[in-house]
Design a protein. Structure first.
Length: 419
């Protein structure tokens, strides 16, 4: 291998390692929190607040999202959980948006990297997107397609009142369907879209005993932690490959595409297009760049800075950041969760919502003169090392997530659900 090629490989590996280091703790935290919410969140609580779409439910959903996951994949898992627990589709999508774009750690990195103007652009954009998505999904998502989505969720549940969400309360395991990728070929009903090999599961009574323990028997915190850990382990088994692919793609793009390469994507102001059309094209380009790159909330901000340096509009940057819910790996997760046709409508309405939001933010900030072409973008410490928040949180979450994963794997193996 020539020296130049060797340097490129080393650079890509370095970016990959640094990005993994930066996003590890929010990803682990989001998935761990998701596992606890699955196990502990009562159905009637969700139905009470999220069973209909209105200003109160969207506010509740936004707040719930802000205090939960900061990773797109973990947020998708939680929004799936909310849908399985009978939340409306509009509320679930609002949660997905707030959980990936209105969280504290993202705000901190955004201010450090791109300044306060982009922070307020993200906050205002996130709120506009939540309202827009709530409106579009409640009014324009076809009823027959939503029924198909609900049927897909119900087919993944046991016959009575159970909820199977990669380990969510699987009470009354009589119809052994699953949405977790389980191969339940040994069991009565062989419906599955999740991937876990359950051919060794010879005694479904055993799984019923472990996954449907009555609430009054759940004595002690460790019992709840163990069950929740099982959900965490199954989530990683289902979407771990998508996450890995996403991190690798993003690292390659950041490492190999120079600033001039990004500029080639955008239309110069010298072309003389109307302002609205130039903004529209930039937002569309920003969304499509996000779709082919890994943009898991916090991790996408480095690439957003590269786009801004490359000449994309302010609205284009916001559109790119908000489109972390539309990456190709994320769409693969939606397809596993909801089915093909419901996913197409979901992606289409999210695309329109983000496009509208990017245009609104661009018009607002440029109209009031809050952003200029030479808006300062600071340099983020690429290494991510040193005694900072990322290091401290990783020192906590790396051993915690390893222990939690092993606990979940042991629990699932004991129930005949080992991966």
């Amino acid at each position: 291998m020539e020296s130049g090629d060797s340097n490129i490989v080393v650079h890509v590996i370095s970016v990959l390692f640094n990005m993994s280091w930066q996003i590890f703790w929010p990803l682990a935290f989001g998935l761990i929190l998701s596992s606890f919410i699955r196990h502990l969140l009562p159905v009637d609580t969700v139905v009470k607040h999220l069973g209909k779409t209105d200003a109160k439910s969207l506010t509740f959903t936004t707040i719930l999202g802000m205090v939960s996951s900061s990773c797109s994949y973990a947020a998708a898992s939680l929004s799936h959980t909310l849908l399985a627990k009978k939340a409306t589709l509009a509320n679930a999508m609002a949660f997905l948006v707030s959980s990936t774009n209105l969280i504290a750690e993202m705000f901190i990195v955004l201010v450090a990297l791109m300044g306060w103007t982009f922070l307020w652009g993200e906050v205002i954009g996130g709120l506009i997107l939540i309202v827009t998505a709530g409106f579009l999904f409640s009014r324009f998502y076809p009823k027959d397609v939503e029924q198909e989505l609900r049927q897909h969720l119900e087919n993944a549940e046991p016959a009575k009142h159970a909820h199977s969400d990669c380990g969510m309360d699987m009470s009354s395991m009589k119809h052994e369907t699953s949405d977790c990728g389980m191969d339940m070929s040994y069991m009565k009903h062989e419906d599955s879209d999740c991937g876990m090999d359950m051919s060794t599961m010879k005694h479904d009574h055993s799984m019923h005993h472990h996954m449907d323990m009555p609430a009054q028997e759940e004595t002690g915190l460790m019992s709840k932690i163990t069950k929740s850990a099982g959900f965490f382990q199954m989530d990683l088994a289902m979407i771990g490959k998508e996450i890995l692919i996403g991190v690798v793609v993003s690292s390659i793009l950041i490492a190999l595409v120079p600033q001039e390469g990004w500029k080639a994507l955008f239309i110069s102001n010298d072309v003389g297009l109307p302002t609205w059309l130039h903004s529209l094209l930039d937002v569309i380009i920003g969304i499509f760049v996000a779709m082919i790159a890994y943009v898991c909330s916090v991790g996408n901000l480095i690439l957003a800075a590269a786009l801004w340096h490359g000449g994309i509009s302010f609205g284009g940057v916001i559109g790119f950041i908000l489109a972390d819910v539309l990456t190709i790996p994320m769409m693969g997760v939606y397809k596993k969760y909801y089915g093909k046709r419901p996913t197409k409508w979901m992606v289409g309405l999210l695309f329109l919502s983000i496009l509208f939001t990017g245009l609104c933010v661009d018009a607002i900030f440029n109209g009031f003169g809050w952003v200029s072409a030479d808006q300062t973008v600071r340099t983020l410490n690429q290494s991510g090392f040193g005694m900072n928040m990322t290091t401290v949180m990783n020192l906590i979450f790396i051993p915690l997530s390893i222990w939690y994963y092993r606990l979940g794997k042991k629990a699932n193996a004991g129930m005949g659900m080992s991966m």
